[in-house]
Design a protein around this ligand. Structure first.
Ligand SMILES: Cc1cc2nc3c(=O)[nH]c(=O)nc-3n(C[C@H](O)[C@H](O)[C@H](O)COP(=O)(O)OP(=O)(O)OC[C@H]3O[C@@H](n4cnc5c(N)ncnc54)[C@H](O)[C@@H]3O)c2cc1C
Length: 402
């Protein structure tokens, strides 16, 4: 069968997963990214059972499990009351339904990059994509690519191929950094298999996520984060770092072993979050995957998982359909429902953890938290976090089987 040529714009999680899955299916794949060389940057994220199923398909699940930290519980307390207001346990799903795996973003990137290269995908770094037309990509400086049968837009939330006007950032983002997981008795209060957070109403949040090691044999780390209003970023930068450290310690004194490792402001990177979904992930000759189709705050920890599911959905649809427009229709059908559900859930849950509203925090603490402990809510919440409500895996499999 004749090979189809596929240009993948963007070599992040979605783009590299597409490259690995499509090249392995015999397509000719070229990945274009603005980064001159791959680099393992970023903090950490949680891979949910649905995302791990895609990594299994790519042949990377064992590698990621050997590096990452299994996550069995998401846990949070409101301060100063110390009330437990978030307690989601994967074991509520019942035996064998899986758990999360928190990983260093760089570890996931390196694994996907290796898989794409080994499958035969070509990589073109240092290419700033500015547009696409008739199967060709245009680059900063005016260069134009050869013509491809399909262009995959995996350029992330600011993709110039997806939106004419950029999505506005949500009011709250977060400062993130990686720190070493402490050794000895100071680590005792921390569960090495839990994402843990502390809140003051919904306007302050501090969290620790164990993420394992970047590479085999290296120090185990944690992603440490502090919620911050976009509008307060300049004031945060202008104030002494110690003033911030005192605030963080006041909210969560036991987190001192993590907070004390932040000695330089540059360790903390501000991540802005956006929320938005394109009406359709496809147009003639082009598919959008990952954040270029749908982006959300990471409160539900689904973005990377959705990107991986998109990649599998697209690869299976192309495998089943030689005709690209039929394949794109099948891709949309297999992913649309799940994306809508999770975009809605992210939109609903985000203000409960990041907003100025006292009323929403009150409802979270005095209504949602008690309700979340009543059957069948523990199971529903665990399934929501695991990505398995309306799981698209069987729909994707059905696409592949024709
Ligand atoms: C702080 C934070 C925490 C998160 N935590 C989680 C979590 O726990 N679990 C989870 O599932 N998700 C999480 N997410 C979301 C997740 O990281 C994203 O959904 C995911 O990275 C999207 O992947 P992507 O490949 O679509 O986009 P990206 O990862 O943004 O990749 C886009 C790629 O395109 C390249 N690029 C961009 N523009 C251009 C251009 N014009 N020309 C050429 N190249 C370009 C970039 O260099 C990059 O390589 C988190 C996100 C943030 C910000």
């Amino acid at each position: 069968m004749a090979q189809r040529s596929i240009a993948i714009a963007g070599g992040g999680i979605a783009g590299l997963a597409c490259a690995a899955l499509l090249a392995r299916r015999g397509e000719r794949v070229v990945v274009f990214d603005r980064m001159a060389a791959p680099s393992a940057i970023g903090s950490g994220l949680i891979l949910q059972p649905v995302g791990l199923a895609v990594l299994d398909e790519i042949g990377l699940a064992a590698r990621m499990r050997s590096l990452g930290a299994p996550i069995r519980r998401l846990f949070g307390r409101a301060m100063p009351s110390n009330r437990v207001v978030l307690d989601v346990r994967y074991r509520a799903l019942g035996g064998g339904a899986g758990e999360g795996l928190a990983v260093h973003r760089g570890a996931l990137f390196e694994a996907l990059f290796d898989a794409a290269r080994e499958a035969g995908a070509e990589m073109e770094g240092g290419r700033e994509v500015t547009g696409a037309r008739d199967g060709r990509l245009t680059f900063a400086g005016g260069a134009v690519s050869p013509r491809f049968d399909l262009v995959v837009d995996a350029l992330g939330v600011k993709s110039p191929l997806a939106r004419h006007t950029p999505l506005p950032p949500l009011p709250f983002g977060a400062l993130w950094c990686n720190v070493d997981w402490p050794d000895g008795p100071v680590a005792a209060p921390f569960d090495p298999n839990a994402l843990e957070q502390r809140y003051e109403a919904a306007r302050k949040m501090v969290g620790v996520l164990p993420i394992g090691s970047l590479r085999a044999g290296e120090q185990r780390q944690a992603a440490f984060f502090w919620s911050l209003r976009h509008a307060d970023l300049a004031a945060w930068r202008a104030a002494p770092l110690d003033a911030w450290r005192q605030q963080a310690l006041q909210l969560w004194p036991q987190a001192a072993p993590f907070i004390s490792q932040v000695t330089n402001r540059d360790q903390l990177i501000f991540a802005a979050y956006c929320h938005g979904t394109r009406a359709s992930p496809a147009s003639p000759g082009m598919a959008h995957v990952g954040d270029s189709w749908h982006s959300a705050s990471p409160q539900l920890g689904q973005g990377a998982n959705m990107a991986l599911l998109d990649a599998l959905g697209l690869a299976c649809a192309l495998e089943a359909n030689r005709d690209i427009s039929l394949a794109l229709d099948a891709y949309c059908r297999s992913r649309r429902g799940h994306i809508r559900l999770y975009q809605l859930a992210s939109w609903m849950f985000t203000p409960a953890y990041q907003s100025d509203s006292r009323a929403i925090a009150f409802v979270r603490d005095w209504l949602m938290a008690p309700l979340s402990r009543v059957w069948p809510m523990p199971k529903i919440l665990a399934a929501l976090v695991a990505g398995s409500i309306g799981s698209p895996l069987s729909a994707i499999e059905a696409t592949r089987d024709g």
